[in-house]
Write a protein of this length. Structure first.
Length: 101
């Protein structure tokens, strides 16, 4: 029932709103609002394009220094040193950030 109401609202906005809107953006905003309303700091919604960008930047990124890394808050951040790799041997730990390379 609620899904039908959401669809009616989206249809009304698409047909009546003065400026052009993208249907995907409306649904993404609705999903984001639902997840935010849970109040769980560990739950969040990434629209498809943002998720794909994050996945490309982080999935399977293993450097020759023996570290699994990701991007967090604009910094290359260590997810974990790879066992026996050079990064772990010199003391690099999960959570360490690179400010300059």
């Amino acid at each position: 029932m609620r899904v039908r109401v959401l669809q009616e609202v989206v249809d009304r906005v698409e047909s009546s709103f003065v400026e052009e809107v993208r249907t995907d953006d409306l649904y993404d905003a609705a999903i984001d609002g639902l997840i935010r309303d849970l109040g769980d700091p560990h739950s969040s919604f990434l629209p498809r394009a943002e998720y794909e960008n994050l996945r490309i930047r982080t999935e399977g990124e293993y450097g020759g220094v023996g570290l699994e890394v990701t991007e967090r808050n604009g910094y290359v951040t260590v997810v974990s040193p790879i066992a026996g790799g050079p990064g772990g041997r010199v003391g690099i730990r999960a959570g360490d950030r690179f400010f300059e390379i």
